[in-house]
Design a protein around this ligand. Structure first.
Ligand SMILES: Nc1ncnc2c1ncn2[C@@H]1O[C@H](COP(=O)(O)OP(=O)(O)OP(=O)(O)O)[C@@H](O)[C@H]1O
Ligand SMILES: Nc1ccn([C@H]2C[C@H](O)[C@@H](COP(=O)(O)O)O2)c(=O)n1
Length: 245
């Protein structure tokens, strides 16, 4: 655990690798991990489960305020539960990925989930020494005062290829259609309420297009270790011969 609490904020477009990289960084540094996208996904899941029309802005905003949500913050067990039901896997399904933007572009929803995210960050700083928190608006709105703010990007081609590599079964055409919706269309919708293609002032951009996963993790660690590495204790001053000349 670092000597003083630390927040590492990481944003990026879909498929840039921010979730897997953030998790690995949190694991390496012994910090908590907060996946804010999972919170929007859990809300979308709950609304669909209860038959709430996702285009009914007021009803979805009320659902956000009522959402009985648990988000696991251990990078090795980041489970998500809604009212006690484990939805960790369910919120990754295509039916959620394809509809979550309707929830995430609701400004009242964003206000409520950002409030919860800030509360979580504060308690993770106090109880776990710090957190790696990732999403779309963390570096700019949720935690603009974070100790480190990084925007992880990758070319559209690289992001499409990474997502396609995760799919199993189906034809190449089906993969192309699914990845295009999850990456290009979703980013276009999500970008109407957050800016995550270009680093804001004071945010460090990291283009991972030509990096391996391990190199991406190392690049983030390199950016933060200046702050995290134990500072060498000041050495007692021993004058050398030069100083006596
Ligand atoms: N150089 C790289 N850096 C990061 N991830 C990579 C890299 N190369 C391949 N990947 C892979 O890309 C995939 C997408 O990563 P991840 O799910 O973390 O993206 P994301 O930005 O969180 O996307 P989303 O916002 O859609 O959840 C993962 O399977 C990851 O292992
Ligand atoms: N801070 C955030 C985090 C996520 N979102 C939106 C964007 C996505 O459509 C959705 C799910 O995120 P993912 O799990 O794919 O990272 O939630 C957002 O608007 N702000």
């Amino acid at each position: 655990m670092p000597a003083s609490p630390i927040t590492i904020a990481i944003d990026g477009p879909s498929g840039s690798g921010k979730s897997s990289v953030s998790k690995a960084v949190a694991r390496t540094l012994g910090l908590a991990y907060l996946d804010t996208g999972a919170m929007y996904r859990a809300l979308a899941w709950w609304c669909l489960e209860r038959g709430t029309d996702l285009t009914d802005q007021a009803a979805v905003a009320q659902a956000a305020r009522d959402l009985p949500l648990h988000v696991g913050t251990d990078p090795d067990a980041a489970d998500v539960r809604v009212d006690g039901t484990d939805v960790t896997e369910a919120i990754r399904q295509t039916r959620i990925s394809s509809q979550v933007s309707a929830v995430a572009t609701n400004l009242d929803v964003r206000a409520e989930l950002r409030r919860r995210q800030r509360e979580l960050i504060d308690s993770l700083r106090a109880e776990r020494g710090g957190v790696v928190v990732e999403g779309r608006d963390i570096t700019t709105v949720v935690a603009p005062d974070a100790d480190h703010r990084i925007l992880v990007t990758a070319s559209e081609q690289a992001r499409l290829a990474r997502r396609a590599a995760e799919l199993h079964g189906g034809t190449a055409e089906e993969h192309l259609a699914a990845t295009h919706d999850q990456i290009v269309r979703r980013d276009r919708d999500d970008a109407t309420v957050s800016a995550f293609f270009e680093p804001a002032d004071g945010v460090t951009g990291l283009d991972t297009s030509d990096l391996t996963f391990e190199q991406s993790v190392q690049a983030v660690l390199d950016l933060v270790t200046g702050r995290l590495a134990p500072q060498p204790a000041p050495q007692p001053h021993t004058p050398d011969l030069q100083e006596h000349r």
